[in-house]
Ligand binder design. Sequence first.
Ligand code: SF4
Ligand code: SF4
Length: 338
Amino acid sequence: MPKPKVAFYWCSSCGGCEEAIVDLNEDILKVVELVDIVFWPCAMDFKYEDVRDMKNNEITVAFINGAIRNDEQEKMVRLLRKKAQLVIAFGSCSHLGGIPGLANFWNRETIFESSYGKDCPSVDNPKRIVPQTKSKVPEGELTLPAFHNTVKCLDQVIDVDYYIPGCSPAPYLTMQAIEAILSGELPEKGTVLAPIKSLCDVCERNDSKPEKISINQIKRISEVIADPEKCFLAEGIICMGPVTRAGCTSEGNGRCITVNMPCRGCYGPPPEVKDVGGKMVSTLASIVGLEGEENTCDEDVEKLIDQIVDPAGYFYRFSLPASLLRRKRMSKPAKGNK
Ligand code: SF4
Ligand code: SF4
């Protein structure tokens, strides 16, 4: 009987999700025994034509990581959607937009200006040339994929069957997903293949929280030595645990918490949270206040909130494209609708 065919593809990503596959360690040997890897351009020499020439639905499952930033990525994921029975959005960028999605605080024009304009300290570009989709050179014409104005997560471009969250996804979740696909025991379409609890629900520091948290100073983790036993949030260090899905380790405590760093939210929201940033603002609003004073005045609260450096970037670090905001509205909209 032929083995199931598996494809891996990366879009706008750092490569960490590709490493997460390699992080399966010896389990990867079990995987390659059970499946045929038919496309994995990061690791093996496959070409676009290899996929184009496959029959529709020939691939059993395509794992796609990275956000959609340009035309080439959009074309590839549309092709993979046709050729694969199942598509899995793999990792934060594909699931929610991830770190590349923070570019939605700008647009194509401002990004090109900061990368190729006069204020970019590492570029010598007196003619302020920006990348073009077509350029004539003596040898002929060169082409580049068009750079979109807005970064999208995968399900804003194609239909997605399942999601494996994380920056990068924990190997045990990847292995569980592969086992579920091979056994045919898959949950309902659209499921995020990770626990449904929040990180706070499983965090060992949760018991250290006082009955009523009241913080009167916001501290940045780089400026303090955090007590390894205490809840970050109760200490005034912003931790995204209340609005983040558990599952980044199989043992409970988050990966970052284990190394005494607050959670940044890469696993995305648990099912009951619609918008990570909005929910985090409401969580903070319920705990900021001067100790012992029931009615902290608005001015005091504003001073506290002002201590949060880059709140939008902090709260939507992994999820801006998938959020209710999606992107910043620019005073001068970009040409084209992508
Ligand atoms: S806020 Fe952070 S440190 Fe506190 S219980 Fe939640 S995950 Fe743990
Ligand atoms: S603790 Fe938070 S930021 Fe760190 S890996 Fe887990 S979900 Fe991601």
